[in-house]
Design a protein around this ligand. Structure first.
Ligand SMILES: [Zn+2]
Length: 103
């Protein structure tokens, strides 16, 4: 089920309603671990080196992050950055699907 979170601070800052869509389906952490496991199956040495450089992307402190704020693993819903995503796609590695929403 999709949940929405009202960002009070941002709403005040931008003088408009800022609402985030929250994917609160279960096990984002398990999905992320699975994603990392899939990336680890890539044996290409260059790809592995590039992935190592981008390992922290999406966490808030990675090479591609603007250092805005920490993003806990539980809130990540995709590859940390475009570079990681491109490599994953090239090697046919999909980010694990979220479990279907219960309804
Ligand atoms: Zn990156």
């Amino acid at each position: 089920m999709t949940r929405y979170e009202y960002d009070e601070e941002a709403s005040q800052r931008f003088h408009m309603d800022v609402v985030y869509e929250i994917d609160d389906r279960p096990t984002p952490v398990a999905r992320w671990l699975d994603a990392m496991r899939r990336l680890n199956s890539i044996n290409d040495p260059l790809a592995r080196r590039i992935l190592a450089l981008h390992r922290d992307c999406g966490s808030g402190s990675g090479a591609c992050d603007s250092g805005l704020e920490d993003e806990p693993i539980a809130r990540r819903v995709g590859w940390g950055c475009e570079t990681t995503s491109v490599i994953a796609h090239h090697f046919g590695v999909d980010y694990p699907e979220a479990p279907p929403a219960p309804d």
